[in-house]
Design a protein around this ligand. Structure first.
Ligand SMILES: [Zn+2]
Length: 316
């Protein structure tokens, strides 16, 4: 049986001296092997990954493990307390400041403390969701070669994304400061996943994530088939490519097509309307593809994420 230890890692102090910390669950196997790191709660309004990571820790308590699994269920405690995507201490999006700076502001310090774990990992899976404002289809993101990501890191990133068994793969846009991109640039095997959102943690979405983690550990021989239990075999069916289209106006967001819809280039997918009923903007599909993510919060500001339409390639 794996030995599972739970502790807090202090990375800073509030002005009154109270510690700022993230939770770390470490499962140590009886046999030597790789170190896998699972992170969740980089954003304070995303809950599917964190709950699934707590489920993963409970599974690991009852199975044989080869190597070591490190789990950070909720990385961003200040943002969790505030219920916001960004950290309330500095208003910074933690997913833009990796690999961090131990001498910097709160989010940079937190990133540096997390990066110490990334640097020791052979494999990283970073779990996100749409948070309160957005919603995603279940998707396993990976990096293609280029932009500082080497061919080997790109191939291993895609391999681990495939091993999650989530419904779709997503060739992630290279956004600097994101944990997964910076890990890939550093040569670490990494997937960055998105499941759900709307400020929820639907049991079915939590389950998707937990199953994905177990598939990855089984595929790498870190847990045996007994750990999989009732986890169904699965592999991604499509490869998606695309990034967010920002809202060109502030106002009320009226979705015209639902999440997951197959759409044609130029098709009207959403409108921004003023409280007087003027149509301020119409968002059209930039490509033929599928709506991979959408707004949940129907109040939109100029420049906020509007829609994510991805071109889809069948993998079957
Ligand atoms: Zn996120």
């Amino acid at each position: 049986m794996a030995r599972v230890l739970r502790r807090s890692v202090v990375w800073g102090r509030l002005p009154d001296g109270a510690p700022l910390a993230f939770p770390l669950i470490e499962a140590e196997g009886e046999r030597a092997g790789p170190t896998a790191l699972f992170t969740g709660g980089i954003h304070g309004d995303e809950f599917e990954g964190p709950l699934a990571l707590l489920d993963l820790a409970r599974v690991l308590e009852a199975v044989d493990l080869r190597g070591r699994v490190r789990i950070v269920p909720f990385a961003n405690a200040p943002a969790l307390a505030a219920g916001t995507r960004a950290g309330p201490l500095d208003g910074v999006n933690l997913a833009r400041v990796f690999p961090g700076d131990a001498g910097g502001g709160p989010s940079a310090r937190l990133a540096a403390a997390l990066w110490a774990l990334v640097a020791e990992a052979d494999l990283v899976v970073d779990s996100h969701s749409g948070g309160t404002d957005l919603a995603f289809l279940p998707v396993a993101g990976f990096y293609e070669a280029g932009g500082g990501v080497g061919a080997e890191a790109a191939a291993s990133s895609r391999a681990v994304a495939e091993q999650t068994g989530l419904a779709d793969l997503w060739a992630l846009p290279a956004t600097p400061g994101v944990l997964s991109l910076e890990a890939a640039r550093a040569g670490v095997t990494v997937a960055g996943c998105e499941v759900g959102g709307r400020g929820r943690a639907r049991p079915s979405d939590v389950r998707l994530y937990r199953d994905a983690y177990l598939r990855v550990l089984a595929a790498r021989g870190m847990v045996g088939p007994e750990a999989l239990g009732d986890v169904p075999a699965a592999r991604p069916a499509r490869l998606l490519r695309g990034d967010w289209v920002a809202s060109p106006a502030a106002g009320l967001w009226r979705a015209l097509r639902p999440l997951g819809a197959a759409v044609r280039r130029g098709e009207a997918l959403a409108r921004v309307e003023s409280p007087l009923g003027e149509v301020l903007a119409v968002l059209e599909a930039p490509v033929d593809g599928v709506i991979l993510a959408e707004r949940n919060l129907a109040r939109v500001r100029e420049g906020d994420p509007g829609l994510l339409v991805a071109a889809a390639e069948d993998l079957s």
